[in-house]
Write a protein of this length. Structure first.
Ligand code: ADP
Ligand code: MG
Length: 239
């Protein structure tokens, strides 16, 4: 069964239509990657799923319930931004605990969850540091940890590796894959314009072009049977 269903979703900013009738399903536990050129609407689509932007028309449902009007905080979703979205004046611990404190958990619960996430992400030695005292890769892991402690059903990643250097990109990519394997039934929706990331991380890939879905399929399906030159150019070899 689909956990998340997009049914003819459209989004306009003023007279400018950015998402032009997107329909697709995302299954529970799936690693779904959205790819497509800059400006095609990837970030907008994530923001619609998370509720940070309102849908202009169409239906978004989670577990067969329409959530078009549901507040972002009630959607069971955590979004991982690029690492520069950390609070510079807060320690790693406080950066990770911040969202949880707002949710009304006890101090002990917060500490326990932060310590567990830090352990998963090899951040335990750095909990008292400030973001500027960390490497780029460590900072990105803090950004991921901040999402993990909230125990979301769905993670949304918007190009989380794009400001890391090549070696760190590979290491952090492996970390994200490991995280998905270790968090059973956690759905990940991941936006990138990097085909290697898409091919290595995805259970399925959705290729977007100019606000429209070109093709959805497993990496192998898209590689072996792209249904357009556009998909082929993005993913695999031309037919
Ligand atoms: P991507 O993430 O694929 O690069 P975006 O979703 O960020 O693309 O943007 C898609 C298009 O929508 C772009 O042309 C962008 O300029 C436009 N856009 C995005 N957000 C807004 C906004 N808040 N107001 C007006 N236009 C926007
Ligand atoms: Mg974007």
């Amino acid at each position: 069964m689909a956990e998340i269903r997009l049914d003819n979703i459209r989004k306009s900013f003023g007279a400018f239509e950015v998402i032009k009738g997107v329909s697709m399903d995302i299954r529970r536990g799936e690693f779904m990657v959205f790819v497509g050129p800059s400006g095609c609407g990837k970030s907008t689509l994530l923001r619609l799923i998370s509720g940070l932007e309102d849908i202009t028309s169409g239906t978004l449902s989670f577990d067969d319930k329409v959530v078009n009007q549901r507040a972002p905080s009630k959607r069971g979703i955590a979004m991982v931004f690029q690492s520069y979205a950390l609070y510079p004046h807060m320690t790693v611990f406080d950066n990770m605990a911040f969202g949880m404190k707002l949710s009304g958990r006890t101090k002990d619960e917060c500490r326990q969850r932060v310590e567990q996430a830090a352990g998963m992400l090899q951040l335990s030695p750095y909990l008292d540091r400030l973001p500027r005292q960390l490497s780029g890769g460590q900072r990105q892991r803090v950004a991921i940890g901040r999402a993990i402690v909230r125990d979301p059903k769905v993670f949304l990643f918007d190009e989380p590796l794009s400001n890391l250097d090549a070696a760190l990109r590979v290491a952090t990519r492996l970390e994200i894959a490991k995280l998905h394997r270790s968090m059973h039934n956690t759905t990940m929706i991941y936006v990138t314009h990097d085909q290697v990331e898409a091919m290595t991380l995805a259970d399925r890939i959705c290729v977007l072009r100019d606000g429209v879905v070109e093709q959805v399929g497993t990496p192998l399906e898209l590689y072996e049977t792209p249904n357009s030159l556009f998909v082929a150019g993005f993913i695999g070899s031309p037919k």
